[in-house]
Design a protein around this ligand. Structure first.
Ligand SMILES: C[S@@+](CC[C@H](N)C(=O)[O-])C[C@H]1O[C@@H](n2cnc3c(N)ncnc32)[C@H](O)[C@@H]1O
Length: 399
């Protein structure tokens, strides 16, 4: 059980340093790279991390790494992997191959490279069971990742098993309905990038939409692991719980005990939620309804949030409000069309300047000219990738 392996936790682009601090906070030494953080530890610590991370999207465990000069060497090297510890005959699987730029230029066809790895898995399983599990591209029960990067004139291949299966940013509460929600772990990264003094300060999302930022702020303030939201419905949502190495290990009882603690402690915290910290507003009643639906699904209650349904540009600040204002206004494109988007951003700036003195505002929006309409001094800016959109979180001091 104390054997250490290499792990890779992926995250939305821009959140790598936050993820690294999260990894470090588990007493693990991590190294951040593009799109995630690698760290070395034992299985128990990795599971503990999966149960408590706010930022990671998925966590992968390295099964093998080797150098190759050409693609033929993949099959031969991968035959050393004990695939049967990670997959059973009644599982289905998928293999994804990611190439860096040089590997892409050399090998060109990532599907073929996945097939080479698949052949080694299939032959290993046939050698033991005379049979092999089936591939399922859409809904596999076990996923593997092959990363190939150029390395000292050769290529380095890393083969990983996806420990989580589900994407951890999917907290399990979302209902369809809102047009432009953020990924949940990106929302968590936004909240955690601010200087919100969560023990004492109020929090306001004036364009709350379906509530993604608000929900992450609540989880963060109350120190509730996001995993709680899935675990309360299903205690084994992660694919490692179906893998043989885990089922054969002495971690099983410990895991269920951890899950029980998370569920029980979170419930106690939720029962103690108090009114007075969280404020939420949206122009559209239908969005507020969706936000409340999401809050009920997460916490079973909405009474601790002060809701208003108003035009932010017209409404007064909530009474006695001082604290943190964090929101992502419409960008004026695609789904959220606004006639005069430059004027809209200008007015947001004026509203904040005149009505929110003594607070700090953080606005998450597109990188580019749009935010320049806000005539306030930016005191900090942090880069994030929101899907394929290049975005920034801007901080404004409203003194
Ligand atoms: C980009 S969405 C926010 C998405 C939200 N963060 C989420 O993840 O669901 C912008 C929201 O601003 C709201 N909105 C647009 N103009 C507004 C205004 N003048 N006052 C208040 N809310 C407004 C829209 O109804 C929409 O829900």
């Amino acid at each position: 059980m104390n054997n250490e392996s290499n792990f890779f936790a992926s995250c939305p682009r821009g959140s790598e340093e936050l993820l690294l601090s999260e990894v470090n906070s588990f007493d693990l030494k991590g190294k951040s790279g593009k799109g995630g953080v690698s760290f070395k530890t034992n299985d128990q610590n990795a599971i503990q991390f999966i149960l408590r991370t706010r930022i990671a999207s998925r966590v992968f465990k390295e099964l093998h790494n080797f150098n190759i000069k050409n693609e033929k060497q993949i099959y031969r090297n991968a035959r050393n992997i004990k695939w049967d510890k990670y997959i059973s005959l009644d599982d289905t699987f998928k293999i994804t191959t990611l190439l860096d730029r040089e590997a892409n230029q050399t090998f060109n066809n990532s599907i073929f490279l996945s097939q080479l790895l698949k052949d080694s898995l299939a032959d290993h399983m046939r050698g033991i069971f005379n049979k092999r599990p089936d591939v399922d591209i859409k809904n596999p029960s076990i996923s593997f990742l092959q990363r190939i990067e150029s390395f000292k004139g050769e290529f380095r291949v890393q083969v990983y098993a996806d420990m989580t299966g589900i994407s951890l940013d999917k907290r399990g509460y979302r209902q369809s309905g809102h047009m432009a929600p953020l990924r949940e772990n990106l929302a968590a990264a936004l909240v955690m990038s601010t200087d919100w003094k969560k023990e004492t300060e109020k929090f306001f999302d004036p364009m709350v939409g379906s509530g993604t930022i608000l929900i992450e702020a609540i989880l963060y303030k109350e120190d509730i692991p996001p995993s709680y939201l899935n675990l309360k419905y299903d205690t084994t949502p992660y694919s490692f719980t179906r893998q043989k190495w885990f089922k054969d290990s002495d971690l099983v009882d410990w895991y269920y005990q951890e899950v029980k603690i998370i569920i029980e402690e979170s419930r106690v915290k939720i029962d103690a939620f108090e009114y007075g910290t969280f404020y939420a507003n949206d122009l559209e009643d239908s969005n507020l309804k969706l936000c409340k639906k999401h809050l009920r699904k997460c916490f079973g209650r909405v009474d601790f949030v002060d809701f208003t349904c108003d035009d932010f540009l017209e409404m007064p600040a909530p009474e006695d409000f001082a604290g943190l204002v964090l929101f992502n206004p419409p960008y004026g494109e695609r789904l959220c069309r606004i006639e005069d988007i430059d004027g809209f951003y200008h007015d947001i700036g004026e509203k904040l300047k005149n009505f929110y003195k003594g607070s700090r505002a953080y606005i998450f929006t597109l990188h580019g000219d749009l935010r320049k309409n806000i005539r306030l001094k930016v005191s900090r800016k942090i880069e994030f990738q929101n899907g394929d959109l290049d975005c920034r979180l801007f901080r404004y001091e409203l003194s």
